[in-house]
Design a protein around this ligand. Structure first.
Ligand SMILES: [Cu+2]
Length: 117
């Protein structure tokens, strides 16, 4: 009985550890991506490599004193990013390729691409 209890404990502990490992995998992946910033009405960086074939999140931060929008026809997204604020954009899974995005209120300067590999 003692042995059985120990075995069950070990198994449930192992399952818990595995579940945690799986649960923390996606956020770790997302943390590898740089924060996308609006800075002087440009995107910094203006090119981000992202993983193809899986969901990921992109943090978009607006360092400017005016609102802008993270917008992309390729990605079918239009998200307001208020002045001084950050938002999370949920994306993917994407096919490998290049996806153009822009700042809708400053399209003359705020342009960038996500490259899914
Ligand atoms: Cu827009």
């Amino acid at each position: 009985m003692t042995t059985k209890t120990t075995t069950r404990l070990s198994l449930s502990t192992l399952i818990a550890v595995l579940a945690m490992a799986i649960a923390t995998k996606s956020p770790a992946q997302a943390a590898d991506l740089p924060v996308l910033q609006f800075r002087d009405h440009h995107f910094v960086p203006d090119h981000i490599d992202v993983p193809a074939g899986q969901k990921f999140t992109l943090q978009v931060q607006n360092l400017d004193a005016t609102d802008d929008e993270f917008e992309s026809n390729d990605l079918d997204r239009e998200e307001l990013v208020p002045a001084g604020k950050s938002i999370t954009v949920y994306l993917g899974p994407l096919d490998p390729g290049t996806y153009h995005f822009f700042g809708d209120f400053h399209q003359d300067t705020a342009q960038g691409v996500l490259v899914a590999k």
